[in-house]
Design a protein around this ligand. Structure first.
Ligand code: FPP
Length: 245
């Protein structure tokens, strides 16, 4: 029996974020180059997107390339960029068939123009879809996003667009690149690492964290259901006590 049958639709998260980790180790274990792991990671991306769409989850955010990933050897960065272009290109018809809208967050200006072009094209081609929103975090980090928001606020204060006294939680939130996306209720990290690695730092204040030993290329639908099932059995108190819920 699949855990899918035990999932209760009303208790599913609206937004799931994923730190896809372990591609390199997966490849090494098989005596292969790191890029072999990334290529096989695409299969896991496909399965996860499909599972999220089937479960009628509204947002799925994938940490596909961090600000810090630019520091990897050039050959790996280039291979990851090519893989992104080909994956986006190959998946566009599947995204449309499944009513999935593609979005991207991050310092997108830093991406090579070929990636930006493919990405913008896919975002435009899927913009009318109203099923799952698949958010790719690219050249993204939580600290970058926060500093970026601060700089934009300072600029708007300087230009008289907003008053210093006006800056509260919701004004600050509106300057984030994820402003239009609800905070994730569930964050999954694969590969047995227990850290956040600069992902969605502001947004995960009350997010449930789920860690699994499974390396990303081995992540399949059933692993995703396992995370959702675990989430359903958590008590989310948001600072209150059980009896108040
Ligand atoms: C982390 O594993 C993975 C990445 C930095 C890249 C993730 C990219 C993909 C899964 C492929 C393309 C994505 C899309 C959205 C089509 P790692 O290299 O850090 O593994 P390690 O910790 O074992 O070294």
């Amino acid at each position: 029996m699949s855990l899918k049958d035990k999932l209760i639709p009303e208790k599913l998260p609206r937004h799931v974020a994923v730190i896809m980790d372990g591609n390199g180790r997966w490849a090494k274990k098989k005596g292969n180059q790191r890029i072999f792991g990334h290529r096989n990671g695409v299969k896991a991306v496909r399965e996860t997107v499909e599972a999220a769409a089937e479960m009628k989850i509204d947002y799925l955010t994938l940490y596909a390339f961090s600000t810090e990933n630019w520091n990897r050897p050039k050959i790996e960065v280039n291979a990851l960029m090519s893989l992104l272009v080909s994956s986006i290109h190959n998946e566009i018809s599947t995204l449309n068939k499944n009513n999935i809208r593609l979005l991207a967050v991050g310092d997108l200006e830093k991406l090579p123009s070929k990636v930006r072009k493919e990405l913008n094209w896919a975002i435009e081609q899927t913009s009318v879809n109203n099923g799952l929103s698949l958010v790719l975090a690219l050249s993204y980090s939580g600290r970058w996003e926060i500093i970026n928001a601060v700089n934009q606020i300072l600029n708007d204060v300087k230009n008289g667009k907003i008053d210093i006294g006006e800056i509260d939680y919701s004004v600050f939130n509106s300057y984030l690149v994820t402003a239009k996306i609800p905070d994730p209720e569930l964050l999954i990290r694969t590969s047995g690492e227990y850290r956040i690695s600069n992902f969605l730092l502001w947004q995960i204040a009350y997010t449930e964290l789920y860690f699994t030993e499974v390396l990303w290329p081995d992540f399949r639908k059933e692993e995703f259901y396992k995370a959702l099932y675990d989430f359903q059995n958590r008590e989310r108190r948001f600072g209150k006590i059980s009896e108040q819920l």
